[in-house]
Ligand binder design. Structure first.
Ligand code: GLN
Length: 548
């Protein structure tokens, strides 16, 4: 019989509910169970694909090409599980489905209501994830906080699920926040009491409460919460803000949550073994080394927009036993006149994914600076396209070259839509999404790094390198080291004679985990650590306009 864990949030959002869910997943995996995880998002968008990064942060892409909530990234990174779009459910998807069914006449003239029609669809989806994943345990996170109007149908659905699958097979965790009042120097429990009362008024009694706070939660406060919220004392966990999110499973294990869940769900518990995890994540603490990596984008004030990139760097830092210091650089501020000062002391540069023209000129300056000074450069999707545009402008001598995304009438469209895409130009229909294969060319740096001739990576883009120009680039030493076997589309480009200057059309950051850091990130960080920018081993890379 499959087991279900439901996680709700109280008091405020953004206190790490997703990390708690991912950590619960890790704790269960460490006991030898298979887990699947899912997020129920109460907003009315169908998916976050069309939402602004200002609103939503990173759009996380799964193997099957679904554009999902960034919490799925935490789930996959912590549990080494490959999820599908089924794991990211929004109210928009549910209402759309219900209304489509109504239009088709599926409800045979009945009045359509939130309960039972909307709630039934939500329950069905949770059961579908359980069935299709065939995992021992499904962990379900409800987005937002208890008390949000739009969250009600979701809470009502998870209240009903125990009647479907058996009460003993369900466990409810409430993640709450204890504010610290400076003047009296104490953590306050009242907002938690209110949010649990609200939850109980809906009919959900939490089995366990995770208390997020800036400081350790004392036994006395735990006792108070236990009493007022009707939760056993041992089921109140203290989770102060830790140095790294990857310490959370270790911390919750120390608070005995894993054992508690296992006992309550009657899991035939194998002993928990967190050794491997602990060993990997503590590596970085032992290190005295550090490396400075610049992430150059236009949303740098919103670091959640590049969450997986940041995490992949941290994984590579763990592997290389070095602390990663990230410098967030706003590409709109980079000019040819200040680029040197802006990148002073930087050991490696990443230009991550992005859409639209704003900020691209600064990215091109950053890229030129990295190429000319032999500073490790890693281009992710847009960052790869920038590398190609920079080469066309400054090495091929086509100053007006561009991507047609930024200049439709450029005479040198080095990045362009492919003819078959032109047929479905409306946004949303023409994206290349999800996992695609890539053949890797022998004799390239990329091959040395991947140690394989065939890889698969996740994509989310619309434009492609224009194959008409690849031979010209090759003569410059900018070679195509990866191509899609079916379409011949360019997947990876690298400068042969640069320390590390690799651009990829996909998003390797979606497949990096602490236990399996992505090889490209590992090599990029490793090369950046060498911090030896003086020796330039190629005239091809250094001299501009060699092919007049
Ligand atoms: N805007 C570019 C494209 O659509 C790059 C997309 C990205 O970086 N994810 O091709």
């Amino acid at each position: 019989m499959q087991k279900f864990i439901f996680v709700t949030g109280g008091v405020v959002s953004s206190v790490g509910k997703g990390i708690c869910v991912a950590s619960v997943g890790r704790m269960l995996k460490n006991r030898g169970f298979s887990v699947s995880l899912m997020k129920l998002d109460p907003y009315l968008n169908v998916d976050p694909g069309t939402m602004s990064p200002y609103q939503h942060g990173e759009v996380y892409v799964t193997d099957d090409g679904a554009e999902t909530d960034l919490d799925l990234g935490h789930y996959e990174r912590f549990t080494e599980t490959r999820l599908t779009g089924l794991s990211s459910l929004t109210a928009g998807q549910i209402y759309k489905k219900v209304i489509d069914k109504e239009r088709k006449g599926d409800y045979l003239g009945r009045t359509i209501q939130v309960v039972p029609h909307v709630t039934n669809e939500i329950k069905e989806r949770v059961i579908q994830v359980a069935n299709e994943s065939n995992s021992d345990i499904v962990v379900v996170e409800v987005g937002g906080t208890v008390g949000d109007i739009e969250g009600l149908p979701f809470l009502e659905s998870i209240r009903q699920i125990p009647y479907l699958v058996g009460k003993n097979n369900c466990y409810f965790i409430h993640v709450t926040y204890l504010p610290f009042i400076n003047t009296t120097g104490e953590l306050k429990t009242k907002p938690t009491q209110h949010s649990v009362r609200e939850l109980r008024s809906i009919g959900i009694q939490p089995d366990s409460i995770i208390c997020r706070s800036e400081f350790e939660v004392s036994e006395k406060i735990k006792e108070k919460i236990s009493m007022f919220c009707d939760v056993p004392l041992e089921a109140v966990s203290s989770l102060p803000t830790l140095d790294s999110v990857y310490e959370v499973p270790i911390r919750l294990e120390e608070e005995n949550l894993g054992t508690l869940i296992s006992t309550n769900l009657d899991l035939k518990t194998k002993k928990s073994n967190l050794n491997n995890w602990t060993k990997v994540i503590s590596k970085v603490n032992l290190s005295s080394k550090s490396v400075k990596i610049a992430i150059v984008g236009k949303y740098v004030e919103l670091q959640d927009s590049y969450l997986s990139v940041k995490e992949s760097l941290i994984h590579a830092g763990m592997f290389n036993q070095t602390e990663i210091q990230i410098e967030w650089i706003n590409s709109e501020e980079i000019k040819s006149t200040n680029v040197e000062t802006m990148f002073e002391g930087i050991n490696g540069i990443i230009v991550p994914g992005g859409f639209d023209k704003r900020g691209t000129q600064g990215m091109i300056e950053a890229c030129k600076y990295a190429r000319e000074n032999n500073i490790p450069y890693f281009g992710l999707c847009l960052g790869m396209q920038i590398m190609v545009i920079e080469a066309a402008r400054n090495l091929l001598g086509y100053p007006e070259s561009n991507s047609t995304e930024f200049d439709e009438s450029t005479p040198y469209p080095v990045i362009d839509l492919m003819p078959e895409q032109l047929k479905s130009l409306h946004k949303g229909g023409s994206m290349r999404l999800g996992l695609y294969d890539c053949n890797i060319l022998d004799g390239t740096k990329t091959k040395e790094i991947y140690k394989s001739n065939l890889i698969s990576e996740r994509h989310r883009h619309r434009y492609e390198v224009n194959n008409k120009f690849v031979n010209e680039f090759k003569k410059l030493g900018l070679v195509t080291s990866g191509t899609n076997p079916d379409s011949d589309l360019v997947e990876i480009m690298e400068y042969k004679d640069h320390k590390f200057m690799i651009g990829v059309q996909f998003h390797p950051e979606f497949l990096s985990t602490p236990l399996n850091p992505h090889p490209l990130f590992v090599e990029f960080v490793g090369t950046s650590m060498k911090d030896n920018h003086s020796e330039l081993n190629s005239n091809i890379v250094k001299n501009s306009k060699i092919l007049d």
